[in-house]
Design a protein around this ligand. Sequence first.
Ligand code: PGA
Length: 254
Amino acid sequence: MRRKFIAGNWKMNNDIHESRELAKNIVNLYDSLNDKRDVEVLICPNFISLMSISQLLQGSKIKLGAQNMYFETKGAFTGEISPNMLKSAKVEYVILGHSERRQIFSETDDIVNKKIKSALENKLTPILCIGETLEERNKKVEKEVVKKQLVNSLKDISSLDAQNIVVAYEPVWAIGTGEVATTEQANDMIKFIRETLKEIFDEKVSQNIIILYGGSVNGQNANEILNKDDIDGVLVGGASLKADEFLKIITYNL
Ligand code: PGA
């Protein structure tokens, strides 16, 4: 049985003080609950807030993730953050290949592949984001697009390592738009992702890998999404920026 997984992607929001305040509110509300469910909850603040929030999360059930990293460990890469730097802030997860990175910062599958390998080598759990645009869905090539992203991003990764990757299916047209994929659309694609993982790796990997849905998840629709067997969890953007709203999501079925 795969565990459920809920991640908050704060994107480029909140200064250090606001981030700390938000994290404090979430931790206070969540850690006081008697939660016996097998759910992994994490928050992914901006780089500059990571250290402060890392200290705040010591002893909490909530884990820490970053939103990006570079694949080299050190050197002349002005403005970049390395996996070992994230490790030194006690970060456990890192979102890679988010559609905003791909679209705004021209990240290719090849770069994402290098980042995933580097994250794994440095014992960070990568959350690999994939998903089609509206144009691609309208052209009915969404599965082709997602397959290509998967195959290329996971190139030359062993089956053993692959089990430590989390995949997030995030249709670009559902991100920040308020338009959620129907559970049928999400389920259908997630099943397809599992089949593709079986082709790339093997049955074991395809059954063990955690696959999330992301795109306009909120306190109202999270319950239905999280109760689908094929969907192992959610990656939440906008709704993770309000403690009450995020709490509604992370306490589903509680
Ligand atoms: P959203 O973002 O929940 O605001 O749609 C999701 C994401 O980009 O991960």
